[in-house]
Design a binder for this molecule. Structure first.
Ligand SMILES: NC(=O)c1ccc[n+]([C@@H]2O[C@H](COP(=O)([O-])OP(=O)(O)OC[C@H]3O[C@@H](n4cnc5c(N)ncnc54)[C@H](O)[C@@H]3O)[C@@H](O)[C@H]2O)c1
Length: 355
């Protein structure tokens, strides 16, 4: 059996909770390096996942290891671009977490570099490997929705601003707030199911109201709390976003909130077609309604680990040199959509999307 040698750069939450557990079930890989600028994080990860062979603080040293074929870039958004470009230039295949990076232009530069170097560059839009999304895509392709005319999505929570004042809420480091952090998953899977619909125009409003004075933000718990800096940090990103998107297929309306003063967690997507409709409970299963029979269908299927599935796809694509569904080329449309939504909210007007 061929073994692919990997390195992990960034040993935080997504490494610990998603990728390393997935690697522990994959027999055809070796994880030669775990790298983090904070040495204790890499060491703790190695302690908890003893199959990791070495730790390092300088990712350049990891990239100079000729045995390493592919690297996982699992750092905060602002570091995706530089590390990915350096890794491609060092001749490595790259799996980079979502969002690609902080804007569309840099995302295109990453895609161009991967193409020039003939390396695979996949993005962690893990939902494309979620069984629910695969089935919904199949339903759409089989015509079970008929004409899919509208998609509504909600990614709203009561109190979920991550690491207030830290990298997540500092635009120069994250690229934005709830839209780029959560919305990226929702829009990516919607565009995937719609089959790369062509964007026509968008309108969007973004708000930052619940923590405009960080000291006054009340919360029970805060995820990514280790990165917060309420005293001296920055919060210049949106915590609520709403908008409307026209494509050459369905239109899309949405509301997203990292925080809002309504204590409801509403994470779902409604797909409306003339022959049928579906509600996807985000991260879970979906229900389908057939317009002819009024039957409510709850398909029976197993949800397997999408993080493992996306890594299996990535390793396969390295070996076959065939681009996978998560290849950056298939995700650029999502990056473009985020860019024009932010542009619309900044300029307070509808934006025509150039093809
Ligand atoms: N696919 C998903 O469902 C999903 C879920 C959560 C996070 N993410 C993405 O994963 C990325 C990481 O998020 P996280 O929550 O794990 O963040 P985190 O802050 O918990 O971990 C990031 C780690 O990267 C390290 N780091 C920063 N710069 C580095 C560098 N130059 N070299 C080596 N290490 C460096 C930090 O010290 C930190 O330990 C983000 O881009 C986020 O959007 C994806």
């Amino acid at each position: 059996m061929k073994t692919t040698v990997l390195a992990v750069i960034g040993c935080g939450r997504i490494a610990r909770n998603a990728h390393l557990p997935a690697f522990s079930r994959m027999k055809d890989i070796r994880v030669k390096w775990a790298c983090d600028i904070i040495p204790e994080k890499a060491e703790k990860l190695k302690e908890d996942f003893p199959f990791i062979e070495n730790t390092e603080t300088d990712y350049h040293k990891v990239l100079s290891d000729k045995e390493v074929e592919a690297v996982y870039v699992l750092t905060p958004n602002y570091a995706h671009y530089t590390i990915t470009m350096d890794a491609l230039k060092a001749g490595k295949h790259v799996f980079c977490e979502k969002p690609i990076t902080v804007n569309y232009d840099l995302s295109c530069a990453m895609a161009k570099e991967a193409e020039a170097r003939k390396k695979m560059l996949n993005i962690g839009v893990c939902n494309r490997y979620n069984r629910s999304i695969e089935l919904l895509k199949q339903y759409a392709e089989e015509g079970r929705f008929g004409q899919l005319y509208h998609v509504y999505c909600s990614f709203r929570s009561f109190r979920s601003i991550p690491g207030l004042g830290g990298a997540f809420t500092t635009k120069s480091q994250s690229g934005g707030g709830v839209l780029i952090d959560w919305g990226v998953h929702f829009f990516d899977l919607i565009l995937y199911i719609l089959g790369n619909a062509k964007l026509k125009n968008v309108t969007c409003d973004a708000y930052s109201e619940t923590a405009k004075n960080m000291q006054d933000y009340k919360y029970y718990g805060m995820w990514a709390e280790d990165t917060k800096d309420i005293e001296n940090g920055t919060n210049d990103v949106e915590d609520f976003i709403t908008g409307y998107i026209r494509t050459d297929r369905a239109s899309i309306s949405f509301n997203g909130a990292w925080a809002q003063n309504v204590d409801r967690q509403e994470m779902y997507i409604d797909f409306l077609g003339d022959k049928g409709g579906a509600r996807l409970d985000y991260g879970g299963k979906f229900t389908f309604w057939d317009a002819k029979t009024l039957e409510r269908i709850e398909p029976d299927y197993e949800i397997t680990d999408m993080y493992q599935n996306e890594s299996v796809g990535f390793i396969r694509s390295i070996r076959t040199m065939e681009k996978d569904r998560n290849n950056i080329e298939n995700v650029l449309q999502t990056a473009k959509l985020l860019d024009v939504l932010y542009q619309s909210s900044r300029e307070h007007k509808e934006i025509l999307v150039e093809s």
